[in-house]
Design a protein around this ligand. Sequence first.
Ligand code: EPZ
Length: 425
Amino acid sequence: MRVFGGIPLLGEVVISGSKNLSLPALAASLLTDSPVTFRNVPRLTDIDSMLELLGYLGMNISTREDSSISVCTPDIKATEAPYDFVRKMRASILVLGPLVARCRKASVSLPGGCAIGARGVNLHLNALEQMGAEISIDNGYIKASAPNGLVGCDIHFPISTVTGTENILMAASLAGGTTRIINAAMEPEVIALADLLILMGAKIDGHGSSIITIDGSDSLHGADFRIMPDRIEAGTYAIAAAVTNGSLILKNCVYDHLSQFFDVLHLAGVDSKIISKTSENLDNIEVHRSGGDNRIIPVDVQTAPYPGFATDLQAQFMTLMTICNGTSSITENIFENRFMHIPELSRLGANISIHGKTAIVTGVKKLIGTQVMATDLRASVSLVLAGLMAEGETVVNRLYHIDRGYENIDQKLLACNARIERFSV
Ligand code: EPZ
């Protein structure tokens, strides 16, 4: 993508449905043979990958223009998630819990590493073993079987894991007896997945707290479910308003999902306020720098599980800090290698040094556009944000990363005065 910097973004951005809710929610529909309808599903390559895998497993899928998707899996045709699917999208691991719960066996390719870190799934596997599954790893595949069905028990996660919690939530919904997930992830996407499962007939309590209790059911039924707005997409566009010293109205958001993040932005000299509500009681939020042409104020952040500072907004926030009026320290506590945007930001003239898990960002007056390379989803968008504020032209290569998680990003930015164009070489 060619990005011409220095233009304040002005206008409205409609926030799409959450990628990180859509992925587990689609997997959860494997748990029933009844139809499930999902509304407000974002059109993303990650969603396409998940639908491809689910279709392979036997799911009938009909997508509609109004971004709703109706699915039904009367019977599972395959219990294997082949490497070719999983290597494209590691969230494919989310079919493991539902397959073992419904079919009492599954063979899922190990996701392998990814750009941002080892991304192990050992916690998912240990938990399923505690619930009675026999797990082995044979030439890169997770072989799981529970011939007598899964049995509920206490699952204590040593660290908070989002998809680990989600896999066990889904598996426990059809297990015999009661499962308690202790040290459960509390992300809004986990809460919403529990709400979907409850809508399908599951008996779940405590979601949103660190202990979730699930009383297993014999079967689940269909549901009609609306995907909540994507808080990471919303946070990304809030930063876009800040770095370009523009003013954006983010439409169809949930302010509460970003309240801690907006508090940090406020400390950095960026204000956000709810200016109206939608008919579905969602928030329209206006974001702009708090006063005239002030510089961005340095703020130190540490990423942490929700409700802490989201690791998925770390790269974008770092782009904002590259022009701060001082020095900001940004510590990445969730993933061991989520600093690959730093060498690329440095090519644009940012002054960042890495000390283990912490990056020290010393603000510069401005960035200067040049060629940069995207490495992963959130790093790629942090480079587009940098291009929007850099002097001159920035070319961001390997843009396929961005299409995994940002629906219609070109159109959304162009509608707010951005000067960008996508091209192929
Ligand atoms: C989810 O990944 C999100 N993906 C990620 O978003 C997000 O960054 C992450 O949660 C943290 O919020 C989806 O929801 C599809 P974890 P997940 O299990 O579940 C380690 C994006 O940009 N770990 O909470 O894979 C793991 O390596 C993506 O949209 C184990 O070691 O993250 C990581 O260091 C990127 N063993 C930490 O725990 C396990 O079995 C937290 O990972 C599981 C996790």
